[in-house]
Design a protein around this ligand. Structure first.
Ligand SMILES: O=P(O)(O)O[C@H]1O[C@H](CO)[C@@H](O)[C@H]1O
Ligand SMILES: Nc1nc2[nH]cnc2c(=O)[nH]1
Length: 313
């Protein structure tokens, strides 16, 4: 059977309507249903011995966080049946399983972004795989542009909340049929970035002499960067930095009952003056993130060391 026919049948079964009438996220969630994600997880589990409790998502240029992993077992995304591929510079497209600070982890060296052409639901497929692998805590990292005038390039910012216009305007990863085995239909996300875990990150920052900031991550869909008016809108509405990832991943993790802690590397200053120079450049962003990757590595490993076991149960 043709792929499009299979898809049409799945959508017909779920909605009893032609696929053309259904949103992309709902179609993705119908296609990647619980059983399909179980199959993907089984395929992965059969190829590694580690059973991870912590899932780490490495942002642009931050793949080196996975260098800390001991007894590495790697799986290329491209080898996993029906799994998306990473297409962005600074995202290798590899799952790295192993131990970090003696805890079993899986690191994603590379994430998926909606601007790559993947539905928001597809971008969060790995988080559902995390859930079925038994992951209890997600550490999400990203490169982000600094909006807060007090931030400098190279700062690390603990995410205390997010503000996502794409999610608010229905580019939402949980649109469509809900399977309660993953999580509830309506998800409370007031405390999405766990307060206790943020405090642990700050404690680690102090110990490591890293001057950690805390703030709100604003999400745009990309791939264009922001206009000055976009940036001012985000800044005036409470965002301290802006990027094109993380919020949808954190939302799905929270939905799945996975605790979330997240931080950004401020890789550039977002223009908030109408006569500013055009500043953001992805190669430069990746370069800055790589320069700060050592700090990110130290923070992640120290954080895992400090975790109380009962946070991973
Ligand atoms: O969020 P990560 O994946 O770190 O990448 C950030 O860097 C890219 C823009 O330069 C965008 O993908 C943005 O989201
Ligand atoms: N200005 C800007 N800088 C970034 N650095 C990483 N992501 C972004 C983004 O979305 N906008």
């Amino acid at each position: 059977m043709e792929n499009s026919e299979i898809l049409n049948q799945i959508v017909k079964k779920e909605f009893n309507l032609p696929a053309q009438l259904i949103s992309q996220d709902a179609i993705t969630n119908a296609y990647y249903n619980y059983e399909k994600i179980e199959e993907i997880t089984k395929w992965i589990s059969e190829r590694v011995t580690i059973r991870p409790k912590i899932g780490i998502i490495c942002g642009s240029g931050l793949g080196e966080i996975a260098n800390l992993v001991q007894n590495k077992e790697e799986i290329q995304y491209a080898d996993i049946p029906e799994f998306p591929r990473s297409t962005v510079h600074g995202h290798k497209g590899v799952f790295v399983f192993g131990h970090l600070s003696n805890e079993p982890v899986v690191c994603m060296q590379g994430r998926f972004h909606p601007y790559e052409g993947y539905s928001t639901a597809l971008c969060t497929l790995p988080v559902k795989v995390f859930k079925l692998l038994g992951v209890k805590l997600a550490i999400i990292t990203n490169a982000a542009g600094g909006l807060n005038p007090n931030f400098s390039i190279g700062d690390l910012m603990v995410i205390k909340d997010h503000f996502s216009l794409p999610i608010l305007s229905l580019q939402h990863p949980l649109v469509g049929h809900n399977d309660e085995r993953f999580g509830p239909r309506f998800v409370p996300i007031t405390n999405i970035y766990d307060k206790k875990l943020r405090q642990i990150l700050h404690d680690c920052g102090k110990e490591l002499n890293l001057d950690l900031r805390e703030g709100v991550y604003g999400t745009i869909s990309g791939p264009s960067y922001e206009t000055v008016t976009d940036s001012l809108f985000y800044l005036r509405n409470g965002a301290d930095c802006v990027g094109m990832s993380t919020s949808h991943e954190a939302t799905v993790a929270c939905y799945c009952g996975i605790k979330v802690v997240a931080f950004s590397i401020i890789t550039d200053k977002v223009a908030i003056e109408y006569d500013a120079e055009d500043g953001s450049d992805h190669n430069e962003i990746v370069k800055i993130a790589k320069l700060k990757a050592k700090d990110a590595e130290k923070l992640v490993s120290n954080f895992i060391q400090k975790l109380n076991q009962n946070l991973l149960e």
